[in-house]
Design a protein around this ligand. Sequence first.
Ligand SMILES: Cc1ncc(COP(=O)(O)O)c(C=O)c1O
Length: 276
Amino acid sequence: MFGTMLGGVDHIRHTHDPARNAFSVGQPAHGAEFADDLEKVIALHDASTIAAVIVEPVAGSTGVLIPPQGYLQRLREICDRHGILLIFDEVITGFGRTGAPFAAQTFGVTPDLMTVAKGLTNGAVPMGAVLAKQSIHDTFMTGPEHLIEFFHGYTYSAHPLACAAGLATLETYADDDLLTRASDLSGYFAEALHSLKGLPNVIDIRNIGLVGGVELAAIPGAPTKRAFDVFLDCYDKGVLVRTTGDIIALSPPLIIERSQIDQLVETLAGAIRRAA
Ligand SMILES: Cc1ncc(COP(=O)(O)O)c(C=O)c1O
């Protein structure tokens, strides 16, 4: 989790707190106060120098960190109090991953800006987008009519192929009711995933919607090796997981069936046992 500042970037602490939150199902109970780090950054630099705060509502590559209850709300309150924009990076969480179309909806916190990518075209064609609050949009729409209002064009901006893929993907999400499917499956997914508790070296399991993280104890002197061994083992058996550090990160397709969740978790269990 980090804050972006005009002329520089400052960071606040991540919310990983296994001592209090290990094996939480859904949002962990402890850690809303991590958001108060932002007050310290503001006291140091002054709010007038801070353009925005950007966070992933669920930190993905950092190791599947589910926001503690109240954490994002507190960030929102602090930003509002100081007139700082809040940006959600929903590149991973966007388009149904957490059980609602966007994590902002899952957690009930509305950012001022939102970045999206992967799910926008189902990853089929490169495309990213920034979604802005009406008031921010309107601010850029005040110039002369013949000028581009908010010039940030790229060579491939609004590329027709990417736009076609985006439109087709949105249509499929709607036709197949996929944007809330993670919500329907989240209970089943959580139970399956948390059944791994007690296996050798499993020190934490975390989940929300159709996202999961299984943290393994690192091999002394060989960090990341155990998780990588699990990755290779799963891959050999036809299951693709991702590792980040010693964490197995799971983000299965929204069309996954319950039987495939069973297969995923059984394969993972076998690999974790063999990596012990
Ligand atoms: C959360 C998050 N934000 C941003 C990015 C970068 O997105 P892009 O490659 O579309 O710029 C990634 C890429 O994996 C990501 O996971």
